[in-house]
Each structure stands twice: as structure tokens, then as C-alpha cells.
Design a protein around this ligand. Sequence first.
Ligand SMILES: [Fe+2]
Length: 251
Amino acid sequence: MEVLSILPTPVAIIPCPFHDKLKATVLDHIQGEDVNDLAYNVNSGNLKHIGHYSVLMDDLKYGRFRTWCEEQALIFARDVKGDYIQEHIQVTDSWFNISGQGGHQHPHCHGNSYLSGVYYVNFNEEEHVPTHFTNSESLFQQMKPSLINLPIKYTNYNQDNKVMAKEGELLLFPSQVLHGYDLNQGENRITLSMNYMPTVLTNGDYGWRVVNLTRQEREKAFNARTELSDHWGMNEGLNPPHGMKELPNPE
Ligand SMILES: [Fe+2]
């Protein structure tokens, strides 16, 4: 039997030439954050995200690193994916993930995003768990009947792919790819995640320019989301579970 592997998914691993400097800046930044500003991940109590999504917008701290990340994304988009990028690729969102022992991240993908990246800020391969990528069909159509087989052996076509990146490396991948990580075995696994969009998005006929949110717009959206999560019962204590009368005012 001849077996062909068709339509592979590209994932790039790129070492950052100035990792030591960046790591020092990030560790300093995290130490300076008030712990209360860290939002807990709903799925894993041992995983914290910084509660806003624009850490790389700070030019003074991260301008050089952001520029480097955007340059790598441009190469990935044009040379690896073969996409027409009229102008450039920009980081739209970025956040820290700090995982203690026992932290994990269930398989997910990033919406409203073209490419995603994970940069390994503090990562010891002996104890920190790698990022995995999955294409398990049971995760795609959970709201519809799907065929779920019991795997009796793992092959290239049914297993999670663990990407073994090292500290100081940036993983780049298309945002729709499902990814996550299993139980983390050590403290302080720190990664910096980011989403990208082209500055101009066009299919050759039509398109639009993508402009990053201002800080005020980002805060407004974040507050609206918080109010809505209360409204829908995702936050115990503030929840009228049924019979909502009106949507909360997101202003
Ligand atoms: Fe993610």
C-alpha cells in the first residue's frame, strides 16, 4: 500500500537572537505586575494569563521583539504559506501564560486571527510540557454527531503532534490549528502568545485594512465581555441564570 501524506500543516520554530535580553525584560515585567491583575484560566487553576491582551504594544519594552516577531510572520506567510501579503503582518493581541505544576491548556484555536505564535520565555524541557497540536475529529464537531473511533495504536494520522521547542524559540502556526498542552510538571512555565493579522487583508478583489484596537477600545471590549459572562452565568454570584430581561450596558 502506498500512503501519501497530503496537505501538511506548517509550524515554524525560530530561535530569537536576543532571547536573554527579552527573558530578563519579561521576568522583570511579570514580577512588577500585581498578582490580582493576573486572570486565572477557567480550565486550569494553575495556569494564569495576564488579564489584558496587548503586552507587546509597549514599544519601550517590547518594540524590538515585536518587530522581530512580525518579520518572522511575514516570511512565514509569504515564503511558507505562499500567501499574498500586500503590506505587512502585525501582532494584534499578545499575552503571557504562566503555568505552575499541574497546569494545562485544553485543545483550542484562536478566532479572529490569521497566524498565532507561542514564544518560550522560561522553558525547561526536563519538566515543562511541550505544546501539542491535534486534529482529533471528536473536537471539531462537538455539537453534531461525529464518528469517534478508539485508537488501538498511534500513527502519524491519529496522534497529537508534540512540538519540541526550546526556550528562546518562537512557534508560528495558522490560527485555526487546534493546540494545547498536557499536565505541566514544573513551576513557572512561561510563554508569550500572540495573534497576527495582515495589515491589509485582500483576496485580490476585495478586502480591508486591519487596524489594532486602541487601549480604550480594548478595555471597553474587555469590560463588555466581563459583563456578558456575568449575565450568562459564567460568574457565580452575579448570575440571574434564566429569564434575563435586558442585556447589560457594555459602556
Ligand atoms: Fe492558544
